[in-house]
Design a protein around this ligand. Structure first.
Ligand code: BG6
Length: 490
C-alpha cells in the first residue's frame, strides 16, 4: 500500500530497548542464585566462541543503577529484561531466594522512578540446572506446575509495579537450538523430543497466562515469538505451496497455539505420519484454548525464502521402483521414515538464498520491508495488539582512541526498520511499542562479545573484562532524538 502521508506514531508509543538476564547480569552465583543450564553449558569446551560465558557478562547485576541512568538520559519509555528463574528459586522449586527477588524489585523501582515502563520476561532460556537434573527440564510435565509456581511468585510480588509481561522468549528458537541443532542446552539431537518438549512448554505458557489473568487482571501478557516471514522464491505455484508449508511449519505451528489454542492441521498430520507429532493428553487442548494472550511480542531479525524441494516432484520410474522397497503404496515415503523424521521440512520446502537482500557480517539477511510484511501478516491472521520485543543489528563496532563509536550502519538499520513500522501502523497495524535489541552491548549466546547490538558500548571483550565502562554510541543519540520527537525525526 502506498501512503502519501504517514500516520504519526501513537502518543503513548513505547520506544524501548531489550536485554536478557544471562546476557547482561553476571553475578552468576551472587546472593544465593542457583545455577541455570546456561551457567553449565557455557563451561563445556567448544560450545561458545572462545569459551565465553555469562559469569560476569556486562556486570549489570552490580551496575543496574548506572544502566538505568543511561536509559533515563536517553528518554527511553520501556525497558524489556528477563528474570533469571534460578535467582528466584535456586532449586527451580521450593525455597524462595528473597535476595534474588530484591534485585529485580530494585531494578523495577529504579525504572518506574525514571518513568521507564518495565517489560518483564519470565523466561529467556535459562531453566534452573536443578530441574534439568531432576526431570530433564522441559521434557517432563512436572515443569508445567513448577513454572507456574515460579511465575506466580513474580506476579504476586510485582503485580502493582509491572504492567507488561512476556511469558516465553522465542520458544521456536530455544526448542530447535536445544533439541535439533545441539547448539544450546540440553543439546540433544532428537526431533521427536523437540516436539514433545515444545508441547509441554505450550501448556506451561497457557497455565501461566491463566494465573496471570487471575493475579494481575489489569496487566498485559503475551509470548515473544521469533517471527520470520516466509517468501516464495518465485510465482511457480509449486514454490508458492512451499511458502505456505514454510509459514505453517516455521511460524503457525507456534502462533496458532498461542492465539487459537490449536495446532495447524496440515503440519500436525505431516508430523504424525512421520511419528514425531507431540502426544496430546486429555485436557491439553482445553487448557491451550482457555489461555488468551493480551498481546503478541514479535522478535524480528529476518525471514526466509523457500522453494519446493525437488523430491516433491514426480519421481523417475527407477526411483519409483526403488521406493517400493520401503512402502508399497505410500509415495509420501521417499526415504525411511526415521530418516525423514530428522528433517520433517524436507517434504515441505527447501531454503534458498534471496537475491534481493544484503546480509550482515554474520550472514543474517537485512530486510526492513520484511518487518512490515511480518506485522501485516500477523495482524491479518491473529488480530491482536503487538509489540516488537526485539529488532537490531549485530555488528563489529570500533572504539576510537577518544572513546567514540560511529555506528552509522546501526542507525541505518534501525531507521529503515522504524520507517517500515510506521508504514505498517499507517496501514492499520495495532502496535504498542518497539524494543530495539539491545540497550547495552551484551553476551551473544554463541558469539561472545564481538557481535555487538547495543546503543551503549561496553568496554570488554572475550579475553578481558577490562573496566566494563559504558560508552554511548552515535546510535544512542540518534535514538534519543527519535524518542524525543516520537518518531517524527528518524
Ligand atoms: C534473539 C534472542 O534470538 O536473538 C537474543 O532472543 C539474542 O537473546 C538475539 O541475543 C541475537 O542473537 P545473536 O546470536 O546474534 O546474539
Amino acid at each position: 500500500m502506498y501512503h502519501k502521508k504517514l500516520d504519526d506514531f501513537p502518543k503513548d508509543f513505547l520506544w524501548g530497548a531489550a536485554s536478557a538476564a544471562y546476557q547482561i547480569e553476571g553475578g552468576y552465583d551472587a546472593d544465593g542464585k542457583g545455577a541455570s543450564v546456561w551457567d553449565n553449558f557455557t563451561k563445556i569446551p567448544g560450545k561458545t566462541f572462545e569459551g565465553t560465558n555469562g559469569d560476569v557478562a556486562v556486570d549489570h547485576y552490580n551496575r543496574y543503577k548506572e544502566d538505568v541512568k543511561l536509559m533515563a538520559d536517553m528518554g527511553l519509555k520501556a525497558y524489556r529484561f528477563s528474570v533469571s528463574w534460578s535467582r528466584i528459586l535456586p532449586e527451580g522449586t521450593g525455597e524462595i531466594n528473597e535476595a534474588g527477588l530484591l534485585f529485580y524489585e530494585n531494578l523495577i523501582d529504579e525504572l518506574n522512578k525514571n518513568h521507564i515502563e518495565p517489560v518483564l520476561t519470565l523466561y529467556h532460556w535459562d531453566i534452573p540446572q536443578a530441574l534439568q537434573d531432576k526431570y530433564n527440564g522441559w521434557e517432563s510435565r512436572q515443569v508445567i506446575e513448577d513454572f507456574d509456581t515460579y511465575a506466580r511468585v513474580l506476579f504476586e510480588r510485582f503485580k502493582d509495579k509491572v504492567k507488561y509481561w512476556v511469558s516465553f522468549n522465542e520458544q521456536n528458537v530455544f526448542t530447535a537450538m536445544g533439541y535439533r541443532w545441539e547448539a544450546h542446552p540440553p543439546s540433544i539431537p532428537d526431533v521427536k523430543k523437540m516436539f514433545e518438549a515444545n508441547h509441554i512448554i505450550n501448556l506451561a505458557n497457557a497455565k501461566a497466562i491463566n494465573s496471570f489473568h487471575e493475579i494481575v487482571p489489569d496487566g498485559m501478557i503475551g509470548p515473544s515469538f521469533g517471527y520470520g516471514p516466509m517468501y516464495a522464491f518465485d510465482c511457480d505455484p509449486e514454490n508458492v505451496l512451499a511458502e505456505l508449508n514454510g509459514e505453517e511449519f516455521q511460524n503457525h505451528w507456534w502462533l496458532d497455539v498461542y492465539i487459537h489454542g490449536k495446532y495447524p492441521k496440515v503440519t500436525f498430520k505431516h508430523l504424525d505420519r512421520l511419528g514425531i507429532a507431540p502426544t496430546i493428553e486429555e485436557g491439553d487442548l482445553a487448557l491451550l484454548q482457555s489461555a488468551k494472550p493480551d498481546f503478541l511480542g514479535v522478535n524480528y531479525y529476518h525471514g526466509g525464502t523457500v522453494r519446493a524441494n525437488e523430491i516433491e516432484r514426480p519421481m523417475e520410474k527407477e526411483e519409483a521402483d526403488l521406493e517400493k522397497s520401503f512402502e508399497a503404496t505410500d509415495p509420501y515415503l521417499m526415504k525411511p521414515k526415521d530418516e525423514q523424521a530428522q528433517s520433517p521440512e524436507t517434504m515441505m520446502f527447501t531454503n534458498v538464498n534471496n537475491p534481493y537482500l544484503e546480509k550482515t557480517a554474520w550472514g543474517w539477511e537485512i530486510d526492513p520491508v520484511g518487518i512490515r510484511i511480518a506485522l501485516r501478516r500477523l495482524q491479518n491472521r491473529y488480530d491482536i495488539p503487538m509489540m516488537i520485543t526485539e529488532n537490531g543489528l549485530g555488528a563489529y563496532d570500533e572504539l576510537t582512541d577518544d572513546k567514540r563509536v560511529e555506528d552509522d550502519y546501526r542507525i541505518e538499520y534501525l531507521k529503515t526498520h522504524v520507517e517500515e513500522i510506521q508504514k505498517a501502523i499507517t496501514d492499520g497495524v495495532d502496535l504498542i511499542g518497539y524494543c530495539a535489541w539491545s540497550f547495552t552491548d551484551l553476551l551473544s549466546w554463541l558469539n561472545g562479545y564481538k557481535k555487538r547490538y547495543g546503543f551503549v558500548y561496553i568496554d570488554r571483550d572475550e579475553y578481558s573484562e577490562k573496566n566494563l565502562e559504558r560508552i554511548p554510541k552515535k546510535s544512542y543519540y540518534w535514538y534519543k532524538k527519535v524518542i524525543e520527537t516520537n518518531g517524527r525525526e528518524l
